[in-house]
Design a protein around this ligand. Structure first.
Ligand code: NAD
Length: 441
């Protein structure tokens, strides 16, 4: 594992410790890595750690950058860039999703891997944090092409992954079929079936009941807990959800099933609004038929910016990073922002929301339900013993509400935002594991 040479690419540059204050290399206005480093710096200053500890926590342990060539169905060869980053593996194997999106770059993957480290520690799973991605727009490729891309990427990063070293799961642009291809490629090369190398697999080959909706169910559990602290029942609130993919769509449906009024949803093509509440069954049928929420006849059209600015109780950004920056955050009229996506709020966005009195339930807590049930899936796969749907739902609810309780108690005790409190818990647990294990040699 550690002997795997890093290719001579930008990934290799991390042989030198990352300066936590250094700007990221991505050309975006606000790189997710800048946001992730700024959040870590804030937690480190609360915890009073020195510069050496800060660098240990900021620097990914291992990174790989691979070329992923694809022979297209028409015979043409195209090339993609793929990445896998293990940000921290001190508390256990790396754990984190695999993203297929055109904008994927090494800094985005580093940020997402770092958030996975804190997230796993906050909900107290025996994992470190990792993430992977390929810079590809999956909508432009056939199923057979995506299978070839996935199998080639898996082969290229094979030395880094494994059921005891680094375990993948679906993220943006990937799904349970992608995980099945990763698992099959890994297993064929090892010579026997190894279901625990990925989570978020299809049920028919060792997936867990409840995994497909776990992130969304977790979002609703922490929202209910946050509302509960203000004495507001879930069935009294209005909700807007940005992103209608694996996370956002099920979150909207679960909110509605629990009595909340989901007044707006959107995807990358646009949104739809109905103040009386969107009819979920018909909306899901429309999306299944057309591939988008746009054009749904049970509401009126609205843009993503309009959705973020709606006067609702709860806003759930569940699409991409950086949507709530200083400008868009100033338009938010929701009382609670519950982050379904990873990194949807920039540091400036956070400041603006705090000044407006908006309570932000941070991503590393709010969307942790997915990795919690991924952990349950991994435990079940390792035991080859499968739990009932109810057992999983109960254990998930308990883990999410108790983690919210820990974060909220610390926030109140120390006068911190929920984000700072969550990060302090995650960073402290990780640093404690470093301290107990000691520095080798
Ligand atoms: P997905 O690919 O299934 O869905 C993404 C959705 O976002 C789609 O509806 C897409 O149209 C929409 N979208 C993309 N770009 C957009 C834009 N610029 N504006 C508005 N909408 C846009 O992805 P997913 O798995 O639902 O992941 C969504 C977010 O949740 C990501 O940040 C991901 O990292 C995070 N997350 C996912 C999981 C999981 O279990 N899948 C777990 C934790 C966190």
């Amino acid at each position: 594992m550690t002997s795997t040479p890093l290719p001579d690419t930008q990934a290799a540059s991390t042989a030198t410790p990352v300066d936590p204050a250094a700007p990221a290399t991505t050309g975006r206005a606000t790189s997710p890595l800048v946001t992730a480093h700024s959040q870590l710096a804030s937690a480190v200053s609360v915890l009073g750690y020195d510069e050496g500890q800060h660098r240990m926590l900021a620097t990914p342990r291992r990174e790989i950058h691979v070329a992923v060539p694809l022979r297209r169905d028409d015979g043409e060869t195209v090339l993609f860039h793929g990445f896998r980053v293990q940000h921290n593996i001190t508390r256990g194997p790396g754990k984190g999703g695999l993203r297929y999106a055109p904008g994927v770059d090494i800094d985005e993957v580093r940020a997402l891997a770092m958030w996975m480290t804190w997230k796993c520690a906050i909900v107290d799973l025996p994992y470190g944090g990792a993430k992977g991605g390929i810079a590809i727009d999956p909508r432009g490729y056939s199923t057979a092409e995506l299978e070839r891309v996935t199998r080639r990427y898996t082969s290229e990063i094979m030395p880094m992954i494994g059921p005891d070293t680094d375990i993948m799961a679906p993220d943006m642009g990937t799904d349970e079929q992608t995980m099945a291809w990763v698992m099959d490629t890994y297993s064929v090369n090892r010579g026997y079936t190894i279901p625990a190398v990925v989570t978020g697999k299809p049920l028919a080959m060792g997936g867990s009941r409840g995994r497909g909706t776990a992130t969304s169910a977790g979002i609703v559990h922490v929202t209910a807990a946050a509302l509960g602290e203000a004495g507001v029942p879930l069935h009294d609130v209005t909700v807007a959800v940005q992103g209608f993919g694996k996370v956002g769509s099920h979150a909207a449906a679960i909110f509605a099933a629990r009595g909340a009024t989901v007044v707006a949803v959107s995807d990358q093509y646009g949104g739809v609004r109905n103040d009386a509440g969107l009819e979920m069954d018909r909306l899901f049928s429309h999306v299944a038929a057309t591939g988008s929420v746009v054009g749904f006849d049970g509401g009126d059209p609205l843009s993503n910016d309009e959705l973020l600015a709606l006067e609702v109780d709860v806003l759930v950004p569940a699409a991409v990073e950086g949507v709530l920056d200083g400008d868009t955050a100033s338009t938010v009229r929701a009382r609670w922002v519950v982050e379904g996506a990873n990194g949807p709020t920039t540091t400036e966005g956070d400041r603006v929301l705090a000044a407006k009195g908006v309570t932000v339930v941070p991503d590393v807590l709010a969307n942790a339900g997915g990795v919690v049930v991924s952990y349950f899936e991994w435990v079940q796969a390792n035991q080859t013993y499968w739990w009932s749907e109810q057992e999983i739902a109960d254990k998930l609810e308990h883990r999410m509400t108790s983690s919210f309780g820990d974060v909220s108690a610390l926030a109140k005790q120390e006068g911190l935002s929920l984000r700072d409190a969550a990060l302090v818990i995650g960073v402290q647990r990780t640093a404690e594991a470093h301290r107990i294990r000691g520095l080798y040699p």
